[in-house]
Design a protein around this ligand. Structure first.
Ligand SMILES: [Zn+2]
Length: 297
């Protein structure tokens, strides 16, 4: 997706459409009413979008922080509600159990199977509900524990950005994470304990600032580590391909390759394809030399 910038307040965002489209294409054909996205949400100015080809990592990291805070609040609120309900049901179960005990204590108590059945059912229902609530709580706890604090992500993002900048004279290496971590020097690949897309872009931008050349490392014997031949031919013919054109090419011809992920119900560009799209957007071009694939400005 293209990135656009408001030329009045400099606010940047990722948009569904290029700047030209945002500024001129009305909601309905023939109408003059521009859709909401023609307005800058930051300063209210309309039709002032320009293509943004500058750095974007900081904006992505801020958006990730916002998404984290929303998800964190939602999950903790849900966990609190479940815990409250669990306490209520536990109390209810206890009171049924007490009633049951009392009835059997009374010497005058006439055994009524319906009565006992009713109480048993109530108790059993409480226990079943308690079990499923505890399962839900466990799932929420797991989700919460898997979320990485944005402070840590941002700290790592700064580190990888500097590492990439420092390694720029040697060149940086892109490709399947599994493959490049075996084949390339660790200083020239993205290497961090945590990962987010914003952190990933920070690393790429460290290389861009250092004016590095990126090499795309492929393994021809493994389709998941390789570029399909028809895409390769197109890229050789148009090494200055536009970012969005490249991504649609990945979608139409790259399924099950290094460029497009379509497993487990997912259907999206791979992170490698998005790294390449980021470089193309910042005016990098493909360069084919000695059977190697590079991205160079
Ligand atoms: Zn603005």
């Amino acid at each position: 997706m293209p990135w656009v910038q408001c030329s009045k307040c400099q606010y940047i965002r990722e948009a569904k459409f290029p700047a030209y489209h945002l500024n001129t294409i009305p909601i309905h054909p023939g109408s003059k009413v521009l859709p909401e996205y023609s307005m800058c949400t930051n300063c209210g100015e309309q039709k002032k979008w320009t293509e943004h080809t500058g750095l974007i990592a900081q904006t992505i990291l801020s958006n990730e922080r916002l998404a984290y805070e929303l998800a964190y609040n939602l999950l903790t609120q849900k966990r609190k509600s479940i815990s409250d309900i669990r306490i209520l049901i536990k109390t209810k179960e206890k009171s049924y159990a007490e009633q049951f005990k009392e009835k059997f204590k009374e010497s005058t108590f006439k055994y009524n199977p319906n009565d006992s059945f009713h109480l048993h059912t109530e108790i059993q229902l409480c226990i079943d509900t308690l079990v499923s609530l505890m399962e839900e709580e466990a799932i929420l706890n797991k989700k919460l524990s898997q979320m990485t604090d944005p402070d840590i992500i941002e700290r790592d993002a700064t580190t990888v950005n500097k590492k990439a900048f420092d390694a720029s004279p040697k060149g940086l290496i892109l490709g399947s994470r599994q493959f490049v971590s075996m084949k390339a020097p660790i200083t020239q690949i993205l290497d961090a304990a945590n990962w987010s897309w914003g952190l990933n872009v920070s690393w790429v931008e460290g290389g861009i600032t250092g004016k590095t050349i990126f090499e795309l490392l492929v393994e021809s014997s493994n389709p998941y580590h390789n570029i399909p031949n028809d895409i390769l031919v197109t890229l050789q013919q148009t090494p200055n391909i536009q970012s969005d054109v490249f991504l649609s090419l990945c979608e139409t011809h790259g399924a099950g390759s290094l460029l497009w992920y379509n497993q487990g119900g997912e259907n999206r560009p791979t992170w490698t394809a998005l790294e390449i799209a980021t470089l193309l957007r910042m005016n990098y071009n493909f360069l084919f030399q000695n059977n190697k694939i590079y991205l160079k400005k």
